[in-house]
Structures are given as structure tokens and as C-alpha cells.
Design a protein around this ligand. Structure first.
Ligand code: BGC
Length: 749
């Protein structure tokens, strides 16, 4: 089928020209003037980012800052030290160029929000933006200017520990929420008080590391790169993200930190990015370890030539760039360009005018309002995966005794999750303490840890747990993964509950009491048996400082769960990769063709197993599909229709559906719209999320939910040709998860 060529508007939209922000001439002039005065040594100094010294300033550090040999410091958070470092830069260096101070502020600074994957389960950009806003405010108040977030790596592999830090598997959802984080961190203007520069990372393909093993190779063809992995990064550029970071791993044989295609062609030329690129921790030096550079000098040449403006932690730039320029191997113009990119952001941040931080200009850390926002974020991120016989919510009136069991019920540290450098478990409220205070005059709460940690095998605590459960009205189990089991370099091959936690659920189920399992974890887990032995299961991720009150609110029905999975839950690690937006293949699995391994007749002929794409022992269905999540109420979708089922370029599809709350609780539903391009020049996914809306309905209430979908949003990237919308039919589904059945068809002419 012949593709429709793009309208000028849509071309501009997808090429980024429409959004590329014009450079500020005033600011560019200042940068040029400054650049003009700088020696080559001072220029190279701007490209160097070093680690802080933990509230200390060594004589070596002082001398370097005085000589202008450092452009940025990461991991120093003591305000006095930061101000003194800045004073040395501004008052004692020749040109007084301020330093930019960076830190990983990933899901909160002091007030810790749910891990990013948990926040993604809220499908609520406003909430995610607010979380980043508060994090930025708290981080600014100690003197930080820059965070290494959001991480917008498409993550289809739950074995990969950093899936916790991601926004899930879907390019559209990740784009929406990644942009929300950028807006939250950066506010309206970087110059405003309480805003910090964001960093879109890790460009690109980190989540595609082979086998889910951190840092491993990624091979992603052009088609997949453009259609799946690039969109969130492009969206963040359009939203004005200030900085970018390469991924540690190689992409198609070229490590990202030396990958000129990514940083020069795509990021600068095609997308018109005008912020700066910081390497990952020692990732320029690692070009030697990857085996593409013979030594550190060559690594420096490759890094700067590829467009990595600032080097984090390793010192190949500071040691070798001068020589490389003197030899004529690296043109000074490349150094100038990198320095200009960095100065531009320093000017935008207002560092030249306001280099110092006065903490008292800011609201206090961990303010009441921050805690309230973190609690709301945790409420909205919990996903109800099972609720048999409506055991949840617990009816306060009917509960006299509650058995709270498990290693994660009262652990203020573990509920915070990965990447919480500045989080303080002292601020956490655990589920046990929240349940105790809420049920104070209503019910007795018996707590038994039963297992020392999530990884413990000793069952010696089980009898005491069974005893506590004996005369309880219900058992609430808090299980999952300690925070150290996910995050950077913390990958797992087995997705089951670690230690003897499954045995603990089984032991509790044997008491005959209702078993409510709350799982806190940094990744999707293979919960098959845990579900079997639980009457209800609430997936709470690592919910952060206010995880306890949030979970208590949900368990006790003060709120209904509204979270939806931002990533597919496979039945086992063996099913990976398992993601909803897969291709159809020429032999897709069907119910009719599927035969389970146990049902294959002995000596059956080769063709007996249906010849379609599935596992004999694990089928083809995930445990839970992308977008899945139950509520205490019931939602019904009816009357899906397109107001304009035949459209052309430039049109906006109007799709509407009737959404009704037919249950007994007021609740929020995330209505999701998926499409499928039925016939296209290259294969397209069986479903793609294109829009979603959060809708709050009272019991008995119905509402027409309308989605406006620009036809250009149905475009895909055709390798070598670019973005195209092809004429033809598209199926459109709207429903409560990616397996929604309610469908209509539209045609693009
Ligand atoms: C991570 C980055 C992080 C950096 C600085 C690296 O190990 O990959 O995401 O921003 O450390 O802490």
C-alpha cells in the first residue's frame, strides 16, 4: 500500500522543528563572550564532572576549582560545603564560572515517592509531575541544581534490576510520564526558584540489555529504535529537557558513549537538542573496556567526537583533551561547542546571577504537604491484582483482630526502594504502624515478622505467625523483595518470591482465614502460586516514605485502588520477552491451537501441537497483561464508536465510549485506548496504546468518555523513509487494560 506523504504540520511535529526552542540571543551572546575569554585549559575544565568529598573540600579539590579545572560536582549535598565550593569557583577562579551541582534525585529527595515504576502505575501525569516538583524543591533547598532523571528506558525485561527506575514497557505511557517528570523538575523556567535541570537517560537501549543482565549489549534494529525506544527521548527534548545521558551499554556494536549516530545525528541534527550531554559514571573510560578504544586518550577522542559534552567521574577528558587539541586530532571547535552547551544551561539556571543557596528561602524538607503528596502517589500506584469474594476492603466494623505478618510489614527502610541516596527511613511510616494507628480503638493488631528478611529460608517463625492468625478475622501478609534486590546491577534470573515467602503464604492459607497479600517489590514478580494461596493480592511496588498510610487507606476501603500495570507480568522468567505490543507473526497462538505439554498424546505426530507461537509448558498468556488492575467497584464499557470513522490526513478522530460504575464504591478508572494498524508496509504491533484518561465515577454514575486522536498519531517510522501514516483500516479498542475486547474500526483515506 502506498503511504500518505506527511502534511507539513505533521512533518514538523515528528521532526521536532515545531517545538525546537529558539536559542536566546542574549544568552548566546553572553556565552560567546565568555567562551572568547577562556583558555583551552579552562574550557576543558568545564567538561569535567567530579565526585564530591562528602562534606569535605580537600586541598586538591580547592586548587582544581580555583584553576577552573572542574565544571560540575556530583554527590555533594551538604549546603555549607556546596556554597563554599561555589564561592571558590565564583570568587577565586579567573573567570568566576559557577559550578553545577548534581545528584540522583530519582523518586524524591528527602520525601521519597514510590519507585518510578510504581508511579507509572498511577497513569497520572499530574501526580508524577507534582512528585518531581517536590523533589526539585527539596533538592534545590540544599543547593543542588541538576538531577539525573527521568530514566525513560523502555523496559520489557523484569529480570533487569533497573526496571524499578523505569516507567514501564510502553513508549506512549513512558513519554507522557517522562515529560511530566521533566516539567516537574524544571518547572516553567530553569531560572525559577526550586527548579532543577532534568536529564533524559539512558540514551538508548539500556532496558534492552541482553538477558536482562545490567550493562549487557543491546541489538535494536532501526525499525524498533524509532518506533519504540526513541519516542520518550524525543518527547523529552520537545519538552525542553536540559541534559541527556548515554547508556552504559553498546547499541548494535557501538557503545553509546562513543556513538556519534545517537548524539550527533539523532539528538543534535534531527531533534535540535540544545542542552548538554553528560556521560554516565566512567562510561567514557569504559570505551577501553568495551574494546573500541586502545587507551584512555582514544576513549576521550571518541567520547568528545560522539557528542558527550561532559565526562562524569573518569578523567580521560581532563588528562588527554589538551594534547588531542594540540595535535590537531580534535578540533578546538568541538570543545567550544561542548563548553557552549554547558554554559547555556548554567546561564539558564541563573547560576551566574544567583550562585549560592540559602536554605531558609525554601519550604522545609519533608514538609506536611510533601508527605501528603507522597501518600497520594503511593495510593494511586498500588495495583489490585486479585480480590476473591471481595475480601477487600476490610470492613472496619467486622474486624476485631487482624494478624499482620511478614518481613516487609514494619521495615521503614525497605519500603523506600532503590536509589534513595538522601531518603531517611526515620521519616517512613510503615504499614504496621499505619494499620495500628488507624485501627487503634477498633481492632487488635498482632504482628509477627515470621521471616527475618524477604530472602530468609528459616521457617522457625511460622508457628508464632500461625498462632497470631488463629483467632484473627483476617491475615495481611507483607511480602516481596527488599530494596537491594532491584536497582542498578541487581538483576534476577528467577522472578519468584525470594526465600521461604511462598511457604509462608501457604502456611497462612492453611489456617483457613482470609489471606490478603501485599507485595512490595521493584519489579514484576511471577506470582502464580502466591495468588493461588491468597484471597486478595495488592501490588504496592516500593511505595516510599508514606507507603504505610497509603496501603492502610486502600486495605480499609478509604480509597479504592486505581493503579494499572505499566508493564506486563509474565508467569515465569522463561516467558520473557513478554510484552503487550508484540507483533502478530505468521502463526499467532490461539486457544484452538494451544495444547499443554501434559495433554500431548504419547508419540503424537509433529503437527499435533497446533504449529503456532507459544510455549508447551507456559502457553502464551502473561500472568497479567499491561494496563491491568482491579478496583473495589465494577466498571463497564459500552457503546464504543467513532464519530468520524473515515478520516484523512490532518483530521482528528473522535472516539467515544460509555463508562459506567456498576459497583458500590466511588472509584477512578483508567480508560485506555489501543489501536492496531491492520495492513501496513512493515509489520506493526497487535496493539498500541495511544491515549488514556483517568475517570472518577460514583456508584451508579455513567459518563461518555471521548478521546481525540490526531490521525498523525497513527504514524509509524518506516526505516529509510521516516514517519508515515498509511491509509487503510485501524482497529480501535477502549477498555480497562490491554486485553480490552470492545472494538471499533476506522479507516484512513
Ligand atoms: C547510573 C546513572 C547515575 C550515575 C550517577 C550510574 O551508575 O547508571 O543512572 O545517574 O551512576 O550516580
Amino acid at each position: 500500500m502506498r503511504p500518505l506523504t506527511f502534511s507539513i504540520l505533521s512533518f514538523l511535529f515528528f521532526s521536532g522543528l515545531l517545538y525546537a526552542q529558539a536559542l536566546d540571543p542574549e544568552l548566546e551572546k553572553k556565552a560567546s563572550e565568555l567562551l572568547h575569554k577562556m583558555t583551552i585549559q579552562e574550557k576543558i575544565g568545564q567538561l569535567s564532572q567530579v565526585n564530591g568529598e562528602y562534606s569535605n573540600i580537600s586541598s586538591g579539590m580547592r586548587a582544581k576549582v580555583q584553576k577552573g579545572e572542574i565544571g560540575s560536582i556530583l554527590n555533594e549535598v551538604d549546603t555549607k560545603t556546596l556554597n563554599e565550593l561555589q564561592r571558590i569557583a565564583v570568587e577565586e577562579s579567573r573567570l568566576g564560572i559557577p559550578l553545577i551541582f548534581a545528584r540522583d534525585v530519582i523518586h524524591g529527595f528527602k520525601t521519597i515517592f514510590p519507585i518510578p515504576l510504581g508511579q507509572a502505575a498511577s497513569w497520572n501525569p499530574d501526580l508524577v509531575e507534582k512528585g518531581a516538583r517536590i523533589a526539585a524543591m527539596e533538592a534545590s533547598s540544599v543547593g543542588l541544581h541538576w538531577t539525573f532523571a527521568p530514566m525513560i528506558d523502555i523496559s520489557r525485561d523484569p529480570r533487569w534490576g533497573r526496571i524499578a527506575e523505569s516507567l514501564g514497557e510502553d513508549p506512549y505511557l513512558t513519554s507522557q510520564l517522562g515529560v511530566a517528570m521533566v516539567r516537574g523538575f524544571q518547572g516553567e523556567s530553569l531560572a525559577d526558584k526550586g527548579t532543577i535541570a532534568a536529564c533524559a537517560k539512558h540514551f538508548v537501549g539500556y532496558g534492552a540489555a541482553e538477558g536482562g543482565r545490567d550493562y549487557n549489549i543491546a541489538n535494536i534494529p532501526e525499525n524498533e529504535l524509532y518506533n519504540n525506544y526513541f519516542p520518550p527521548f524525543k518527547a523529552c527534548v520537545d519538552a525542553g529537557v536540559a541534559t541527556f545521558m548515554p547508556t552504559f551499554n553498546e547499541l548494535n556494536g557501538v557503545p553509546a558513549s562513543g556513538n556519534a549516530f545517537l548524539f550527533r545525528t539523532v539528538l543534535r541534527e534531527d531533534w535540535k537538542f540544545d542542552g548538554f550531554v553528560v556521560s554516565d559514571w566512567e562510561s567514557v573510560r569504559q570505551l577501553v573496556v568495551h574494546g573500541v578504544a586502545s587507551d584512555n586518550k582514544e576513549a576521550a577522542r571518541q567520547g568528545i567526537s560522539a557528542g558527550i559534552d561532559m565526562e562524569m567521574a573518569s578523567t580521560t577528558y581532563s588528562s588527554h583533551l589538551l594534547k588531542l587539541v594540540e595535535e590537531g586530532t580534535v578540533p578546538e571547535s568541538i570543545i567550544d561547542e561542548a563548553v557552549r552547551n554547558i554554559l547555556r544551561i548554567k546561564f539558564q539556571l541563573g547560576l551566574f546571577d544567583n550562585p549560592y543557596t540559602n536554605t531558609s528561602d525554601f519550604p522545609p524538607l519533608v514538609a506536611e504537604a510533601h508527605l501528603a503528596a507522597a501518600e497520594e502517589a503511593a495510593v494511586q500506584s498500588c495495583v489490585l491484582l486479585k480480590n476473591e469474594r471481595q475480601v477487600l476492603p476490610l470492613q472496619e466494623k467486622a474486624i476485631r483482630k487482624l494478624a499482620v505478618i511478614g518481613p516487609l510489614a514494619d521495615d521503614p527502610y525497605e519500603q523506600l526502594g532503590t536509589w534513595i541516596f538522601d531518603g531517611n527511613p526515620g521519616h517512613s511510616i510503615t504499614p504496621l504502624s499505619a494499620l495500628r494507628s488507624t485501627l487503634k480503638d477498633i481492632a487488635e493488631v498482632h504482628f509477627v515478622k515470621a521471616l527475618e528478611t524477604s530472602r530468609s529460608y528459616s521457617q522457625s517463625g511460622f508457628p508464632e505467625a500461625a498462632e497470631a492468625a488463629k483467632d484473627a478475622d483476617a491475615i495481611v501478609l507483607f511480602l516481596g523483595e527488599e530494596s537491594i534486590l532491584s536497582g542498578e546491577a541487581h538483576c534476577r534470573a528467577d522472578l519468584g518470591l525470594p526465600g521461604a515467602q511462598l511457604e509462608l503464604i501457604q502456611a497462612m492459607a492453611q489456617t483457613g482465614k482470609p489471606v490478603i497479600t501485599v507485595v512490595m517489590a521493584g519489579r514484576p514478580l511471577a506470582l502464580g502460586q502466591a495468588l493461588e494461596f491468597s484471597d486478595a493480592l495488592l501490588f504496592a511496588w516500593h511505595p516510599g516514605t508514606m507507603g504505610g498510610p497509603a496501603i492502610a487507606r486502600l486495605l480499609l476501603g478509604k480509597d479504592a485502588p486505581s493503579g494499572k500495570l505499566p508493564v506486563t507480568f509474565p508467569t515465569s522468567a522463561g516467558q520473557i520477552p513478554m510484552y503487550y505490543n508484540h507483533k502478530n507473526t505468521g502463526k499467532p497462538a490461539t486457544e484452538a491451537s494451544f495444547i499443554h505439554i501434559d495433554d500431548i498424546p504419547v508419540r503424537a505426530p509433529q503437527t499435533s501441537v497446533g504449529n503456532t507461537s507459544y510455549y508447551l509448558d507456559a502457553g502464551y498468556h502473561p500472568l497479567f497483561p499491561f494496563g491491568y488492575g482491579l478496583s473495589y467497584t465494577r466498571f463497564e464499557y459500552t457503546g464504543l464508536k467513532a464519530a468520524n470513522p473515515i478520516v484523512g490526513r490532518g483530521d482528528i478522530l473522535q472516539i467515544s465510549v460509555q463508562l459506567s460504575n456498576t459497583g458500590d464504591y466511588e472509584a477512578v478508572e483508567v480508560a485506555q485506548l489501543y489501536i492496531r494498524d491492520l495492513v501496513s508496509s512493515i509489520t506493526r504491533p497487535v496493539k498500541e496504546l495511544k491515549s488514556f484518561q483517568r475517570v472518577r465515577l460514583r456508584p451508579g454514575e455513567s459518563r461518555t468518555v471521548t478521546f481525540s486522536l490526531p490521525v498523525e498519531q497513527l504514524a509509524y517510522y518506516y526505516p529509510g523513509r521516516g514517519w508515515e501514516v498509511e491509509p487503510g483500516e485501524f482497529d480501535i479498542w477502549v477498555g480497562g487494560n490491554s486485553e480490552a475486547a470492545l472494538k471499533t474500526t476506522v479507516e484512513i483515506r
